[in-house]
Ligand binder design. Structure first.
Ligand code: AHM
Ligand code: MG
Length: 338
């Protein structure tokens, strides 16, 4: 057993393999592939501004949003890395219209995992040198091994996740993930391309002092959210809270896990279903935050209990310190869920 102080991600994965109930070489190789792709994307993100990769790619993604070149690049790197290593049977990406069914060498595919991901979230922040992230979510397929994957394999409740993680490309690059036994964070030493365990057993405090929401949309928010914002700003007890909003989900969540806080992306008159995607963003982040001792809901119900109905489904998102999320839910409960 390697000492935790200087343990690398590769060593950690091997050491923890037996703790993981679905432990198999297949899963280990899958995590290793994501680790490799993360390093490649991290390198490219750090080149932004140096090479001609910043700026609109000139085409819109399935959500109708302008896609940036680095979105496309990150999407390709993660997909190609997973396909080339023949370790998953299917991939769904926020940047792809439909899921990808991966054929094995002889047409069939004996792999049991599917990966869902947002390859580069918050990419509008790239060309202003603000942190972005990758989010991934891993499930066991539900259809028989050896047959082509179907939508059913991807439309699973978040509580079925076997692992989830994010990579934050910030002042340093960190990979944070859970397999259901707590949350661990690894910082990349870019000089030698190695992730080291820097944040073992990450936990989020039950109470926090940060609220993160795009308050510019205040007039469009539901009344329960408006009331909660006023609660955060009231001068009473340990309030007013501090407002911090990067506009990059992974970075906002990462900071709030470390410092204690709540992140909210509610419904609004402009985005009646919310903005964030259940499968690529909310479920994996919810799994990590719950494993760190926090909570994630849509304002009324647990995120990971929602039965998905479509790949690119959007949901409102309330996530972070347990007591803060519960307080926000109290305000939401004053009004009917629309
Ligand atoms: P994206 O997947 O198109 O990058 O959008 C998701 C991002 C999140 O990272 C961030 O929290 C949110 O959108 C910010 O949205 P807004 O600018 O509306 O506040
Ligand atoms: Mg996104």
């Amino acid at each position: 057993m390697t000492t935790e102080r200087n343990q690398t991600l590769g060593e950690f994965i091997i050491d923890k393999q037996e703790d993981f109930k679905y432990s198999s070489g297949e899963f280990t190789r899958l995590i290793n592939s994501l680790r490799l792709a993360a390093k490649v994307v991290s390198h490219q993100v750090n080149q932004a501004g140096l090479v001609d990769i910043v700026g609109a790619f000139g085409k819109q993604n399935v959500q109708g949003e302008q896609q940036q070149k680095l979105d496309v690049y990150a999407n390709e790197v993660f997909i190609k890395t997973l396909i080339n290593r023949e370790i998953v049977c299917g991939i769904a990406s926020e940047e792809e219209d439909d899921f990808i069914a991966i054929k094995g060498k002889n047409g069939g595919n004996d792999n049991k995992y599917v990966v869902l991901m947002d390859p580069l979230d918050g990419s509008s922040n790239i060309d202003v040198n603000v942190s972005v992230g990758t989010i991934f979510s891993i499930y066991r397929r539900v259809t028989p091994i050896g047959t082509p994957v179907t939508q059913e394999d991807f439309l699973q409740k978040g509580s079925n996740q076997v692992a989830a993680g994010y990579i934050v490309y910030g002042s340093s690059t960190m990979l944070v993930y859970t397999t259901g036994n707590g949350v661990n964070g690894f910082t990349l030493n870019p000089a030698i391309g190695t992730f080291y365990l820097s944040h073992p057993n990450m936990s989020i405090s039950q109470d926090g002092h940060i609220y993160s929401i795009n308050e510019g949309n205040y007039v469009h928010f539901p009344q329960g959210v408006k009331d909660y914002i006023k609660y955060c700003q009231a001068e009473e007890n340990d309030r007013p809270y501090t407002s911090r909003y990067i506009g990059s989900l992974v970075s906002d969540i990462h900071r709030n896990i470390l410092k204690g806080g709540i992140y909210i992306y509610p419904t609004s008159t402009k985005a009646p279903k919310g903005k964030l995607r259940l499968l690529y963003e909310c479920n994996p982040i919810a799994y990590i935050v719950e494993q760190a001792g926090g909570k994630a809901s849509d304002g009324y119900n647990r995120i990971m209990d929602i039965e998905p109905t479509e790949l690119h489904q959007r949901v409102p998102f309330f996530c972070g310190s347990k007591n803060m999320v519960e307080k926000a839910e109290e305000f939401m409960a004053q009004y009917p869920q629309i």
